[in-house]
Write a protein that binds this ligand. Structure first.
Ligand SMILES: C[S@@+](CC[C@H](N)C(=O)[O-])C[C@H]1O[C@@H](n2cnc3c(N)ncnc32)[C@H](O)[C@@H]1O
Length: 264
């Protein structure tokens, strides 16, 4: 959403936030020109190593282990600048070579997605043009690493501003739980709090868009007072596969807004 709006010149000033430390570290690395050039060099080294390796699965596990050690260090705040670049480079490398590009951590906060066995040929870890565009898009953007309730600042949100939310997904059924890829827990209580924030945003005269699973619970939490609108969409989840969202494995999601149509 952010990159799409930026590429169409709709954003004057933006704020991005996520509670995931390594994701935000990665964004901040891209935002900083010096850190970005170090990241690109590191990525070229890792990409070359992977493509030349005869034991890609072993290399993947070694990277995963190294990444998890660095995450622990990042939590203890004793991390160096060089190690921060290493976290960002490994984050991309693991994302490009793990099963379906999924990001999931266990209860101890370790990334635990297995290697994707399908890689037999050359793998491209990044697109230089794209990463430079991302850097450009962050020029006038504040990037934060807080829980949503701390980051939403009603002194800053004004009439006609847009706030986009993509929170962890409410489970579609009792057995499914898509939200298990984040470590800090986002329960129904957080969804309730978020729905209260939406009402406040609406009252200010600002716009919001929220995406979530197409579940009964989502409708109960966010649409119970018939104030807001919802649109059903088909999406495809595996991010390192090329494909269209109308394929049979697409899932239904909801877009909830306080405005009726997207006339862009
Ligand atoms: C459905 S994902 C959306 C990811 C992001 N929009 C993207 O496209 O990469 C949900 C995100 O919510 C973040 N999250 C979980 N709990 C949060 C909280 N309390 N405050 C802010 N972000 C949170 C997770 O780290 C995860 O990145």
């Amino acid at each position: 959403m952010y990159f799409n709006l930026w590429s169409r010149d709709f954003l004057k000033k933006s704020y991005i936030n996520d509670i995931n430390k390594e994701l935000i570290l990665f964004y901040k690395t891209i935002q900083n020109n010096k850190a970005l050039s170090l990241l690109i060099t590191e990525l070229e080294i890792l990409e070359d190593k992977f493509n030349k390796s005869k034991k890609r699965d072993v290399l993947f596990l070694a990277w995963r282990e190294q990444f998890n050690q660095l995450l622990k260090k990042n939590n203890s705040r004793s991390i160096t600048k060089k190690e921060k670049i290493e976290i960002s480079a490994l984050l991309i490398s693991l994302n490009k070579t793990c099963f379906n590009g999924v990001y999931r951590k266990n209860k101890s906060g370790e990334f635990n997605v297995p290697f994707s066995k399908k890689f037999k040929e050359e793998v491209s870890f990044f697109d230089l043009e794209n990463i430079k565009n991302i850097n450009k898009s962050f020029e006038n953007t504040v990037i934060e690493n807080l829980s949503f309730e701390k980051v939403i600042d009603f002194r800053k949100i004004k009439k006609n501003h847009l706030v986009f939310f993509d929170p962890p997904y409410l489970p579609v059924s009792r057995t499914s739980d898509f939200s298990s890829y984040y470590d800090d827990g986002f329960t129904e209580i957080e969804h309730q709090k978020l729905s209260e924030l939406l009402i406040k945003i609406n009252d200010i005269g600002a716009y919001f868009i929220l995406t979530n699973s197409d579940s009964q619970k989502t409708k109960e939490v966010y649409l119970s007072d018939n104030k807001f609108f919802n649109i059903n969409v088909n999406v495809r989840r595996s991010i390192n596969q090329k494909g269209l969202s109308n394929k049979p494995d697409a899932t239904q999601e909801l877009i909830i807004t306080n405005f009726k149509s997207f006339n862009t």
